[in-house]
Write a protein that binds this ligand. Structure first.
Ligand code: ADP
Length: 478
């Protein structure tokens, strides 16, 4: 059952119970109050009649030494028909409780008569069946001590109207309850529908998201707890969407990586297999033999370099490094040594002597890759190319930069070259033993140092690759 219907049903049940019980107690209270009043009046009338009877008995001529039955009947008749009590119902009985006088219509039952005791006035409420309906009466009883006789006086006062009023009261209340419930149902239906609207909007958003529409958000329509819940839900949906996009990105990157990897593997392997096949199937002259063997060797070396780089990247990704303090100079000296014998380049080093914090072997690898790339990018120049390596102590860390005046990189390629296997000019890169893995490795290493590679380049003019090794707490700036 819908939540709004539940609210509706329970409101109707509670309202029906409250109205029903309230009405019952109210009508009954009114009835009891009326009955108390009627009983009081009936008792008053009984005592008035008792007094009137005793007064009338005193007025009987004294020649009778005793109150005769006939005189009792006469007084009874006068009391029934005389004065204001015209039409009243009464019954008189003698010492043996034998009825001497009874108004027409008085009940014949004498059980109540038997209960009357001297010194007390009693009453009961009785129902007398009529042709069409029951009529209700208050029957009173009292003992009269008149002259030398003990008599029993009973009266009957009709209270059918009070009972009818109660029945009518219940009927009116029933109709009122039904009408109220109808009004309450309509009002509650609208309130419940309005109150549960945020839930419906949230349900719709959840369904949409389950169907794959992660950008769908629930509309916030109130400032209460439901509004808060909607905001929280939307915040959760944002986080979810972000994570899903990240995952999709990762899957895409992995797929690209596998595609590029198999392609990079295929190219040298095809060459190796082709030249090996040539060597085993034909007798070649010395030059061709050497050329084929050389191809197999260089492509084999390229494969080896590629697999080592790949291994480095994989290891770096899983490696939790321990940073050590070291002299920045060590890194620059290493680069100087590595390219000291290289006739293809003029290396210019300029650096501040300072302490740095990092994994020194990994940082050597970063600088070596960057300088190596710079040299490769500059080789085509006619004059001897220059590659500059800077090191600068700054407030927030130590700044490294490798600058060349080589071919440069087109702006749209700058973001992609740090992806594994990405090469701007594939044939050119392969001819220089490149596999597009060097910068991917540098990026991973710098991530471990909480740093990132910044690439600035102008095609035809050269490039600058830089990064800032952040200063750590406790490190002294020299
Ligand atoms: P590779 O092994 O091919 O050098 P890298 O990841 O180191 O792989 O470099 C990716 C590509 O980025 C290179 O193939 C080259 O096209 C480009 N590149 C890198 N450094 C430079 C540079 N200093 N100048 C111009 N192009 C560069």
């Amino acid at each position: 059952m819908k939540f709004s219907y539940k609210i509706l049903v329970w409101t109707i049940i509670i309202m029906a119970a409250a109205f029903g019980m309230g009405g019952y107690f109210f009508v009954n209270h009114v009835f009891e109050t009326s009955m108390e009043r009627e009983v009081g009046q009936a008792m008053d009338e009984s005592s008035i009649l008792q007094f009137a009877f005793e007064t009338a008995a005193l007025n009987i001529p004294s020649k009778y030494d005793m109150l005769q039955d006939a005189a009792i009947k006469e007084i009874g008749y006068n009391l029934e028909n005389g004065g204001q009590g015209n039409g009243r119902l009464l019954r008189l009985a003698d010492e043996d409780r034998t009825v001497l006088y009874a108004s027409e219509g008085f009940v014949e039952d004498t059980a109540f008569l038997e209960q009357i005791q001297k010194g007390s006035r009693i009453y009961q409420i009785i129902a007398v069946p009529d042709e069409t309906q029951e009529r209700y009466y208050i029957q009173t009883g009292v003992v009269i001590d008149a002259l030398d006789r003990i008599l029993y006086l009973e009266t009957m006062k009709e209270v059918t109207e009070v009972f009818e009023e109660r029945t009518q009261g219940f009927a009116v209340y029933r109709s009122l309850t039904v009408a109220m419930l109808l009004v309450v149902s309509v009002v509650t239906f609208f309130i419940a529908t309005w109150l549960t609207k945020p839930i419906r909007l949230l349900t719709r958003a959840t369904k949409k998201m389950a169907e794959g529409d992660y950008s769908f958000r629930a509309e916030r329509i109130s400032n209460d707890e439901m509004g808060q819940l909607t905001s929280d839900f939307n915040r959760m949906a944002n986080a979810l969407e972000e994570n899903i996009h990240k995952l999709e990105e990762e899957v895409r990157a992995r797929e690209d990586f596998i595609a590029a990897f198999s392609h990079e593997l295929k190219t040298p392997l095809t060459a190796i297999i082709g030249y090996a096949d040539l060597l085993r199937s034909r007798r070649l002259d010395e030059d061709k033999h050497f050329l084929s063997a050389n191809y197999i060797y260089t492509e084999g070396k390229r494969l080896e370099a590629m697999s080592l780089r790949l291994l480095d990247i994989i290891v770096t990704k899983r490696w939790d490094i321990e940073l050590q303090d070291a002299d920045a100079e060590v890194l620059f000296e290493y680069i100087r040594d590595m390219f000291a014998e290289n006739p293809d380049v003029e290396l210019k080093l300029q650096y501040d002597k300072s302490q740095i914090r990092g994994e020194i072997n990994l940082l050597k690898s970063v600088l070596l890759n960057l300088v190596d790339n710079a040299v490769k990018a500059s080789r085509d120049k006619e004059e001897k190319p220059v590659v500059e390596v800077f090191g600068q102590r700054r407030e927030d860390g130590y700044f490294f930069a490798v600058k060349d005046y080589g071919v440069g990189i087109p702006p749209q390629e700058c973001k992609k070259i740090t992806e594994a296997f990405y090469m701007v000019d594939k044939s050119r890169a392969r001819s220089k033993n490149g596999a597009g893995l060097g910068l991917a490795l540098c990026t991973e290493i710098l991530k471990l140092h909480h740093s990132e590679l910044i690439i600035e380049s102008t095609p035809g003019e050269g490039s600058m690759f830089s990064f800032l090794l952040p200063a750590e707490e406790g490190e002294t700036n020299c």
